[in-house]
Design a protein around this ligand. Structure first.
Ligand code: SF4
Length: 255
């Protein structure tokens, strides 16, 4: 199948400051894929699950690109968001969601095209990392894999950590230096943090783990310092490189 034949559904493309994880503070172009079936109760992008007809071109002319769109359509949106400056390094691209792995074939083609463009752009995949087969397609084209560890208490999915264990044990992440993010609040059970710590320390012991307190909103309790410190203790005891970082883009009031 040619790159032109595979299409994807997008929610938005824009340039902003990365507010989470390893590249926090870096300027990036965000390519947000539409759709997700994970069901996190702290989700702040549920609007992106709707049937989105088109995406605004980041210019002053009010143009829009219809869904589904081709890889070339998205490359043009990325360039419109962040025009290449001759002689300057290109801005990296975060492919996010929604859950990008639900459109894995398209995301793989897009990431490969971004990395191979005339002015190549490094790609970071932001994913729930619950699907090893989809990761096998996409991961080789990404410089960074930012993998959430979804907890049963956050998603209502009792098997969430079992699914992560299957992906970790598969080894599909191993070649791509993954980093992990755990979103927590005051109700996150200690046992879930302990299991997550055990999974990461067993399969990816050198990977940074970003502990991210939920930004308070609709029904997600904030977390106190004592509870957060207790979670840090658990992760450190497992020998992990844990870093506590809130959602900085919300503090900066950028998208
Ligand atoms: S995986 Fe991401 S997009 Fe999907 S429900 Fe969870 S936070 Fe929202």
């Amino acid at each position: 199948m040619t790159t032109a034949a595979v299409t994807g559904r997008l929610a938005e493309v824009f340039r902003s400051i990365q507010g989470e994880g390893l590249l926090m503070g870096r300027r990036q172009v965000f390519v947000r894929l539409a759709g997700c079936h994970v069901g996190c109760r702290y989700c702040d992008t549920e609007w992106a699950f709707a049937d989105i007809a088109d995406v605004a071109v980041p210019n002053a002319r009010g143009e829009r690109v219809s869904n589904p769109m081709t890889v070339d359509d998205v490359l043009a949106l990325v360039e419109a968001s962040d025009p290449m400056v001759p002689g300057a390094p290109t801005t990296s691209v975060s492919i996010t969601g929604g859950e990008p792995l639900e459109q894995a074939e398209f995301v793989a083609a897009l990431a490969a095209a971004l990395a191979a463009a005339l002015a190549p752009r490094d790609v970071m995949l932001e994913t729930a990392a619950l699907d090893a087969e989809a990761l096998r397609l996409v991961a080789p084209h990404c410089r960074w894999l930012s993998c959430d560890i979804k907890l049963p208490s956050s998603t209502g999915r009792a098997d969430a950590l079992d699914l992560h264990e299957a992906v970790f044990a598969d080894g599909v992440l191993a070649a791509s230096s993954p980093v992990f993010k755990l979103v927590v609040d005051g109700t996150t059970p200690r046992a879930e943090i302990e299991r997550a710590a055990q999974l990461v320390s067993t399969h990816h012991p050198d990977a940074p783990v970003f502990l991210q307190p939920v930004t308070p909103m609709g029904g997600s309790p904030a977390i106190g310092t004592e509870a957060l410190e207790a979670m840090v203790d658990v992760l450190l005891a497992a020998g992990l490189d844990v870093r506590v970082i809130p959602q900085v883009h919300k503090m900066l009031k950028v998208r």
